[in-house]
Design a protein around this ligand. Sequence first.
Ligand SMILES: [Zn+2]
Length: 361
Amino acid sequence: MNAKPEGHFPADYRSARIAFIKACTAANLGSIARVHPTAKARDGKPLFLDTATIGPRDAQSALLLISGTHGVEGYFGSGVQTGLLREGLASRMPKAAKVVLLHALNPYGFSWDRRVDEENADVNRNFVDHTNPPANEAYEALADAIAPKDISAEALKIANAKLRAYSQAHGAFALQEAISKGQYEFPDGLYFGGRRQGWSARMLYDVFREELAQVKKLIVIDFHTGLGAHGEGEMISEDLPGSAPYRRAKRLWGERVKSSEAGESVSVPLTGTIDKAFPAWMRGGELTFAALEMGTVATREGFLALRKDNWLHRVAGTAHSAADAIRRELRAAFYPDTLEWKRKAWAAAHEVVGAALEALG
Ligand SMILES: [Zn+2]
């Protein structure tokens, strides 16, 4: 037992993976590694998506915990997964249920401290019909201002003035929607949902098919960071208030639950999310899905970090002298490496996972 939850949070992707596997082994669990066929880690070595399953293979109810959907946000989710294992998750399982831990859905982003995958795609916008992807006309109109090719103070001033004008005409919510709901036209832009199904999306379905296809009752918690007030945890549901899944989420997680589709949440409604993919895979089973979103820095600050990261990889190249500073700034925007934040993040995660386990018991 580790009385200090901050000790569960990793220093980087490689040590996160080692700690996760070690915690699995210590709990007498095997883990399965899926190696990335092309992308490499920042240390030049291979990248892996790892899974571990606790409980009977043929269980009818399950809890799926996903970390690293948005790469760099994996410091949080990975720390939670490893911490839960270290603190005896395997011994406090409901008898007839299983828990599937999916570690580093987007290992490239985790390793490189980026939110996107190796194709600049946002994994949580990637689950669409790529022959007929959703439109985002507002992004198209603002593309150069959202993801500028020049990030000098002068250029950013002009770009920001354009965004401000849009916000004044249509509202701040509409601007956030234009930027972040997902776009499929600008492969080198922000919140790009991909031109095809990415490796992470394929692997997620593979894990579902292997581990969860027989399950009739599934709870999913996808661990995210970056939106909301610093240290506050929100359970983002994409279900509308009044619907059965939303009511189930409320029963589980209470006031933390906010519907993005209904405008209650720190997030705007999104396209191509994992949440939207699962009901079709479940074929009628009972699904309760939420993203635990931990607030980090102000939205404006996180957005600037994302624009710099985009510029670095699109224009300047990773050999640029500012590369390391930009990488660290992005990491800090999605992972405040402080004692206070880690304790709050751990407490929120511990609470929502505990409620889910109880509901499966
Ligand atoms: Zn996220």
